[in-house]
Design a binder for this molecule. Structure first.
Ligand code: GLN
Length: 198
């Protein structure tokens, strides 16, 4: 079975490891380049995207991550992880770096203060039943390039129609936190991508 890493310098690592292991893959925490080398795919968790990028630079993971993504390693970013995979940011911190790879513009902290954390059911491309999505100071996808598929949008409320899940080739990202709870179908979609890429 494939080995899938979870970027573990900051963020909600443990829930992703649990979700991945429940799907029968070898899941490992990634803090060093040698651990990244062992991975067939990588999850970039939620957390704080500027801190994650700074720590990745400090621990000499930033360039190796960019290189693996360029070479086609499947990667799945959730929330702050979506920000890290974006080629372009709106409302990023001054000088904020990303890994890039996804031809999307992501607006950081997009949902605003009143609704900065909320949850709801949304339709997810290819699923029979809706996904219960938890948003925590989440970004949304402001614009997508031509090669990007939209997998989910906000179904109602002030942010109706906003894109909150995307896929481009072997890269996936969600604004919400699919690792919360016991429904691991979104991780399953990513595991399928990793199996296909092997
Ligand atoms: N607002 C955070 C950031 O900008 C992301 C929040 C999250 O990952 N839950 O990095």
């Amino acid at each position: 079975s494939p080995t899938i890493g979870v970027f573990a310098l900051q963020g909600d690592v443990r829930e992703h490891l649990v979700a991945l292991r429940s799907l029968g893959v070898d899941a490992i925490a990634v803090r060093r380049p040698v651990e990244l080398d062992a991975c067939d795919g990588l999850v970039l968790p939620g957390g704080e995207s500027t801190t994650m990028a700074k720590l990745a630079r400090t621990f000499e993971l930033l360039e190796p991550l960019r290189e693996r993504i360029r070479q086609g390693m499947p990667a799945f970013g959730t929330c702050a992880g979506m920000i890290l995979l974006a080629d372009r940011l709106e409302d990023g911190a001054p000088g904020q770096e990303t890994l890039g790879g996804l031809d999307i513009t992501v607006r950081r902290n997009a949902f605003g203060r009143q609704v900065d954390s909320f949850e709801g059911d949304l339709d997810f491309d290819g699923f029979d039943a809706p996904v219960h999505a938890v948003f925590i100071r989440a970004p949304w996808v402001e614009a997508v390039g031509p090669g990007v598929e939209t997998l989910a949008t906000v179904p109602s409320g002030p942010a109706v129609g906003r894109i909150v899940a995307v896929r481009q080739g072997q890269l996936m990202a969600t604004s919400f936190h699919p690792e919360v709870g016991t429904d691991h179908r979104v991780h399953g979609t990513f595991v399928d991508l990793v199996r296909q890429a092997r």
